[in-house]
Design a protein around this ligand. Structure first.
Ligand code: GAR
Length: 216
């Protein structure tokens, strides 16, 4: 199968990036990471990419004087230079402008550490604990112009335990993030995702409704 060229946008630690790289190496994802771009110079994610000989650049938002569109156009230029077909936001802590969305319509994914539409935004594991939910999880979705509002591709559920802290819950969710982002990319690469309004379906998948905590 042809490998899809992905561009990964990051701001920090890059554990999701690492999981994608590892799953590609294991042959579970038919993709090649063509470029990693960070808005933070010291993001550990850049180092992770370089260790695997993946081009990795810091594109600073300074100098764009709060003009999100100009910054995003700079990102688009970099992504196009590397022949990127699918853009994956992986802990990229900036709000995306229409410039990026229009350049990659239906080809822009994000991962979020909650079961959207519950708990969009930041510090969401803390918010889930404070709200007292019994389950949380993570979501991979297409990016639209809202904040964490785009069509949902895949979700994984985790229980919230009585003795959880923000750290322990985040860690449990992160372990699932590392599985579902790769799965979403693979479904995309195989051309199996269909968006109809807000609903995304994955053709050819099997669901066993009693068992699954990851869907599809
Ligand atoms: C992940 O938990 C991701 O879901 C979250 O940031 C973390 C990045 O970790 N993203 C957001 O909150 C986006 N709003 P990582 O750098 O180790 O992949």
């Amino acid at each position: 199968m042809k490998k899809i060229r992905i561009g990964v946008l990051v701001s920090g630690r890059g554990s999701n990036l690492q999981a994608i790289i590892d799953n590609i190496k294991k042959g579970e994802v038919s993709a090649e990471v063509a470029i990693v771009i960070s808005d933070q110079a010291d993001a550990y994610a850049l180092e992770r990419a370089r260790k695997h000989a993946i081009p990795a650049v810091h594109v600073s938002a300074k100098g764009y004087k709060n003009r999100r569109e100009d910054y995003d156009n700079a990102l688009v230029q970099e992504l196009r230079k590397h022949g990127v077909e699918l853009v994956c936001l992986a802990g990229f802590m900036r709000i995306i402008s229409p410039a990026l969305i229009k350049a990659y319509p239906g080809r822009l994914l994000n991962i979020h550490p909650a079961l959207l539409p519950a708990f969009p935004g930041l510090h969401v594991q803390k918010a889930a604990l404070e709200h007292g939910v019994k389950f949380s999880g993570c979501t991979v979705h297409f990016v639209d112009e809202g904040m964490d509002t785009g069509p949902i591709i895949i979700q994984a559920v985790v229980p919230v335990l009585d003795n959880d802290t923000e750290e322990s819950l985040s860690e449990r969710i992160l372990a699932q993030e590392h599985k579902i982002y790769s799965r979403a990319i693979q479904l995309f690469a195989e051309g199996r995702l269909k968006i109809e309004g807000r609903r995304v379906t994955a053709s050819g998948g099997e669901t066993s409704i009693d068992k699954f905590l990851i869907n599809p």
